[in-house]
Design a protein around this ligand. Structure first.
Ligand SMILES: [Fe+2]
Ligand SMILES: [Fe+2]
Length: 219
């Protein structure tokens, strides 16, 4: 669904001047965030085999973060703008919050979604003749496919059955929806707070002015 939507809006997203470099930097930030989550997974899992798999994945995501940041900087340079720098993402401690089984379901869903989205970007850039960006997305898609596959294999192994693995995948989709809704609520509450405080501040000016006039008349 998201991939279909991406194909529809690609002409708008990538043609706005200055926007592609910012979008690529956003991807770089997301890859850095994944790298931090996988670094925690490497340290905290009880299985040395899974730690090795997470470590390999972590190194891939670190490389993707660098690739996106470097391409973003090149596009900025072509526009005479300074680079947006190296990404430094926040971590939500997802491995600790979700536990290993649900963390695997979460990563699998994210990898699948990201891979489908990046495929549309790979095709878009190739069609536009930007083979450098096209090749970058093609290389990243190959890695994301591997991530998608191994996270499903581990999820299946830990869940013990396909039915339980699918249950975890459904639960994680619901959890993500809830997380997005909460974030949107927080965003709207901040905006509302700003609007109300601005209104009070503007109203306060005439009140202070009137109070000053009334005080002048007093002995
Ligand atoms: Fe990645
Ligand atoms: Fe990945």
């Amino acid at each position: 669904m998201k991939a279909f939507f991406s194909r529809l809006i690609n002409p708008l997203v990538w043609r706005v001047p200055g926007h592609p470099a910012r979008v690529l930097f956003g991807f770089s930030l997301a890859e850095h965030g994944s790298m931090l989550d996988l670094s925690a997974a490497t340290r905290l899992t009880s299985s040395p085999q899974r730690a090795a798999a997470y470590m390999r994945h972590m190194l891939d995501e670190a490389r993707h973060a660098r690739m996106f940041a470097a391409r973003s900087a090149e596009l900025r340079l072509q526009e005479g703008q300074p680079s947006l720098g190296y990404p430094v993402a926040d971590t939500e401690n997802l491995f600790q919050t979700l536990g290993e089984l649900r963390f695997l379901a979460f990563v699998h869903v994210g990898e699948k979604r990201g891979r489908a989205q990046f495929e549309t970007y790979r095709d878009w850039f190739e069609k536009q003749g930007d083979h450098k960006s096209g090749a970058m997305f093609a290389a990243i898609v190959r890695d994301e496919l591997r991530h998608e596959q191994y996270t499903y294999d581990l999820l299946l192994e830990l869940a013990g059955s396909e039915a339980q693995a699918n249950k975890e995948l459904r639960a994680v989709v619901l959890w993500e929806t809830w997380r997005k809704w909460r974030r949107m609520g927080r965003f709207l509450a901040e905006k509302l707070y700003f609007a109300v405080m601005t209104f009070i501040y503007i109203l306060w000016g005439p009140v202070m002015y009137l109070a000053g006039i009334l005080n002048k008349g007093k002995p």
